[in-house]
Design a protein around this ligand. Structure first.
Ligand code: IPM
Ligand code: MG
Length: 357
């Protein structure tokens, strides 16, 4: 029997509620598909700050490094917004990504047939959407130096640096190429090379790396146009390859094509070593503790973990199918409800999914 050790980071806000559902679902899947999964829970985010004055304690990071995969719920709360930057939950997240060298962030956006009416866009615009955002995750303006405040100026001044070297661009391009080969072989690289030097290097490097693959089609798009195209005609995209900041913005935008950010999973990967699998959504402190959050994005993240991180493809598939069955029977959490659906709580929808597995 295959044995896995995963770290579960429940984090803040709705994190513990959706993690609870995920734990139960993973247990059920391990029984059905005959593998053993040890789930080690560690503090991370605001809750870790409360206890250790550190949102990403070394002990948590060490445990993650030793695991087969990390399943993360979500972190953050407005109450931490006034802390010095290093203490904030978001900084913990960046530290985790960089400690595990997770340079590749994969965010699939696919419309589930049963949820087509949840989108704010017209059905015919979104019905064929099936794209993946491949976002560089540990470089660019998020990590670029120098950064900071300049204190001796007349008016307050602050600055950040958007920087990439060609090796960082090459390795994320290789990931996009690999994914494109498993799909429709179309990569759209998004940059702002009409204005930024760093984007010109991005564009030149992507062109060079992809030119060896004659069966791939590469297009380039400026980020402002890409934002517009994602709303105008999102099904033109297959793989969107982009840098850290642009990927952050475009992935939220793409997420909304599906109607609820509560549906989208992501994987953050390295070429070797454990990946982090987490929903795209945040910690939703306004609904925390009410048992009304949508656990599906975290479950679909767990499914990505099973498939990519643990090679348990069948279990991943059975989870996806269970989610689809529950949704097609009309069960919904409040964020997705329409007049035909039966609204269930976070734990109840979890139970329904477990029944279908
Ligand atoms: C995301 C989030 C994070 C990011 C924040 C919470 C630091 O928005 O994963 O998209 O900007 O990368
Ligand atoms: Mg984001």
């Amino acid at each position: 029997m295959n044995k896995y050790k995963i770290v579960l980071l429940a984090g803040d806000g709705i994190g513990p509620e959706i993690s609870d559902v995920s734990k139960k679902v993973l247990k059920k899947l391990s029984k059905k598909h005959n593998f053993d999964i040890e789930i080690i829970e560690k503090l991370f985010g605001g809750i870790a700050y409360e206890k250790y004055r550190n949102p990403a304690p070394d002990e948590t990071l060490d445990q993650c490094k030793k695991s087969d995969a990390v399943l993360l719920a979500c972190v953050g709360d407005i109450k931490y917004d006034s802390l010095a930057r290093e203490f904030r939950p978001e900084s913990g997240l960046l530290k985790l990504r960089s400690a595990l060298n997770l340079f590749a962030n994969i965010r699939p956006v696919k419309i589930r047939k049963s949820l087509i009416d949840a989108s704010t866009l017209k059905k015919e615009i979104v019905e064929n959407v099936d794209l993946i955002v491949v976002r560089e995750l540990i470089g660019g303006i998020y990590f670029g130096k120098p950064r900071g405040h300049i204190s001796n100026t007349e008016i307050p001044k602050a600055f950040n640096t958007m920087v990439y070297d060609s090796a960082e661009i090459e390795r994320i391009t290789e990931i996009a190429i690999k994914i494109a080969h498993q799909r429709n072989k179309k990569i759209c690289s998004v940059d702002k090379s009409n204005v930024l030097e760093v984007s010109q290097l991005w564009r030149d490097t992507v062109l060079k790396s992809t030119s060896k693959h004659k069966n791939l089609s590469l297009s380039n798009m400026y980020v402002d146009n890409a934002a517009m195209q994602l709303i105008r005609d999102p099904s033109q995209f297959d793989v969107i390859l982009t840098s850290n900041l642009f990927g952050d913005i475009l992935s939220d935008l793409a997420a909304m094509l599906t109607g609820s950010i509560g549906m989208l999973p992501s994987a953050s990967l390295n070429n070797n070593g454990p990946g982090v699998f987490e929903p795209v959504h945040g910690s939703a402190p306004d609904i925390a503790g009410k048992n009304i959050a949508n656990p599906i994005a975290m479950l679909l993240s767990a499914s990505m973990m099973l498939k990519i991180g643990l090679n348990e493809e069948e279990a991943a598939e059975s989870l996806e199918n269970a989610v689809d069955k529950v949704l097609s029977k009309g069960y919904r959490t409040a964020d997705l409800a329409n007049s035909f659906s039966e609204v269930l709580s976070c734990s109840e929808i979890g139970e329904k999914i477990i029944e279908e597995i």
